[in-house]
Write a protein that binds this ligand. Sequence first.
Ligand code: NI
Length: 256
Amino acid sequence: MIDTHAHIYLEHFNEDRDEVIERALAQGVKKILLPNIDSSSIDSMLDLEEKYPDICYPMMGLHPCSVKEDFEKELELVEEWLNKRKFLAIGEMGTDLYWDKTFWEEQKTAFRIQCDLALKHDLPIVIHCRETIDETIDLVTEYEDKGLKGVFHCFTGSVEQGKKITEMDFYLGLGGVSTFKNGGMDQVIPHLDRSKIILETDSPYLTPAPHRGKRNEPAYTALVADKVADYLGLSKEALDELTTANANALFFPSEK
Ligand code: NI
């Protein structure tokens, strides 16, 4: 399996990061993809990559909750890094009206700038959207004919929204919410395009059942996989194979 979204470079893991990675490997999670947040998270993210180069893969981008007055400066730094070395994707980028609506216009500008960077560097985008799924689908639609690729991470939308996303050739990241009893995803996941679903944890957030409320970690990708396999009527092995192939197609196309 591949945990396509985990922030295990954050301080939540300072006490036991090595054990966290060991537990992930023991559960069959072979790769852990690291979405950046902003200029403050780059050093710890790259330190982790250096320690676990064939397991941890960093992305470069600016999280929508970090889009403030100084977002243009932050994006200059993103661009500098992209010119300096290879990253797996542009992320985590996106839109968020849940936490703060002050910088909505700036969020949309930052979104478009990062889409342009993705096209320039031929990288997929990793999208966070909270209370903004339709607005975000509209933003991606602007790029539909330009060959932009990516994933709507932590997908919790409707069947119809899922369809719009996969018809744009984008992927859907399924995580802890898929395991919540009141999450409603049991009604949605069976109707999604199977060739476009990938697994994630969003560690340390959105911990799947039965550990809800505690810190999340990449080993719990297996808990998400169990639930999704259940909804789709697949064996755990078939689900692992399907979602790993999907994640490889998006993030590691040259290894195929
Ligand atoms: Ni995230």
